[in-house]
Design a protein around this ligand. Sequence first.
Ligand SMILES: Cc1cc2nc3c(=O)[nH]c(=O)nc-3n(C[C@H](O)[C@H](O)[C@H](O)COP(=O)(O)O)c2cc1C
Length: 171
Amino acid sequence: MSILKVIKERRSVRKYKSDAIPDDVLQRVLEAARFSPSGKNLQPWKFILVHDEFLKKRLVDASVTQTFIAEAPVVVVACGFPDQCYSRMGNYMKSWAVDVAIAFEHLVLQAQEEGLGTCWIGAFEEKDVKSILNVPEGVKVLALTPLGYPDENPMPRGRKSLEDIVSYNSY
Ligand SMILES: Cc1cc2nc3c(=O)[nH]c(=O)nc-3n(C[C@H](O)[C@H](O)[C@H](O)COP(=O)(O)O)c2cc1C
């Protein structure tokens, strides 16, 4: 599939089948994250795959009770390393959140290519997620996503027009 088709056909999926994900499919989804670019190639990330039903339910509680998260066979939790990243991005910020976000989106797009659904979850309580998954101090949790076969076909959400978001030669 062309990359633009994958990008345009991706949706946030909020209803999942419980069907297992074949291992070769899961490996390709993770490879997409692994090959992501990052500031100074420091790769300041780790992805926790949560299969355990009890832990998935606890992650739902830590994510404002978004129950669909636990429907999927796997929940991916993206973590970043603020102390091991490019620290002068734009000469004003650390790169870890950008690095992890790019890698996570690679994962999301490969999932789409494989017929899997995802949904970026940003509404979560970080301290609770860290406690549930034994994430060490100094490591940040950026996002979660359920990963599984969609049990719905969501309508596309609108986007701003190119005219609204692009300018040429000046802001
Ligand atoms: C940073 C970020 C955080 C998000 N958090 C949530 C969330 O907690 N729960 C949810 O259902 N969707 C969440 N979304 C999904 C957005 O609502 C969704 O991407 C947007 O409405 C566009 O819809 P689409 O992904 O189907 O194109 C999040 C998306 C992003 C990028």
